[in-house]
Design a protein around this ligand. Structure first.
Ligand code: PMT
Length: 222
């Protein structure tokens, strides 16, 4: 609430998958449910922040007291996140599972089947998190990472490359955690340290992450 660790702060959170259209009836996407990001939105709200959730298509309800900007594609996610950050942002948390590539073109009509094989040219999508973190007025930027091997090395690499203050690596070695599940286990890295949280519910993880962000935000201010 009012005297919580994020009182008076503005927090923008990306959540859910993106959908990259192939033709009017088909798309490329992934299994993100939005649960991790929606839990973070509720946790940040409870910590006193004004929260904007930039959300890909999901089926879970928006927590009360949260402003939502709905998006479909990775390009939408960059545009809406940038607009939300333009309105003022102290903390940016990227929990969305954004498609790295999109079809080069979206066919105007449904693609007909013809030959036994077909090739779909893909092009790189813009990186919302890296773009926000590279702004001259960049907020405290927190990324997520889903790694299977060398978790610490890859997560720290990603933190440096994308100029992040903190990165949250999902433990994807354990079945029932991460994408589209109720629970998660994570290791959080920042330049001088790390800590592991879980396995526990995504809401419990979100509450701990928000508390941790609150501590580091204070450190950054002095
Ligand atoms: O939605 P749930 O079912 O609850 O699942 C949660 C989750 C597993 C999707 C979530 O915890 C998670 O890990 N999200 C990031 C998934 C991922 O693999 O990210 P990445 O390694 O592709 O990207 C690294 C970071 O850059 C992420 O913070 C991502 O949001 C961001 N990114 C990536 C690509 C891109 N084009 N734009 C981005 O902003």
């Amino acid at each position: 609430g009012r005297d919580g660790p994020l009182a008076g702060k503005r927090v923008v959170i990306t959540a859910g998958p993106t959908r990259e259209p192939i033709d009017p009836v088909r798309y490329i996407s992934n299994h993100s449910s939005g649960r991790m990001g929606y839990a973070l939105a509720a946790a940040a709200r409870d910590a006193g922040a004004a929260v904007v959730l930039v959300s890909g298509p999901v089926t879970i309800p928006v927590p009360p007291g949260i402003q939502v900007r709905n998006v479909v594609t990775a390009e939408d996610m960059l545009r809406e996140s940038s607009a939300a950050v333009d309105e003022g942002c102290d903390v940016f948390i990227a929990s969305a599972a954004v498609a790295d590539y999109r079809p080069e073109t979206c066919a105007g009509d449904k693609i007909k089947k013809s030959s036994d094989q077909m090739v779909l040219p893909l092009v790189r999508n813009p990186d919302t998190l890296a773009t926000i973190a590279a702004r001259t007025d960049a907020p405290f930027a927190v990324g997520f990472a889903a790694e299977t091997t060398d978790v610490a090395r890859y997560a720290r690499d990603k933190m440096q490359r994308k100029k992040l203050r903190m990165i949250v690596a999902n433990d994807v070695s354990v079945p029932g955690l991460g994408f589209n599940s109720e629970n998660n286990a994570v290791t959080v890295f920042w330049p001088e340290g790390q800590t592991s949280i879980g396995p526990e519910s995504k809401q419990q993880i979100a509450d701990r992450l928000v508390a941790l962000i609150g501590e580091h935000l204070d450190r950054a201010a002095d």
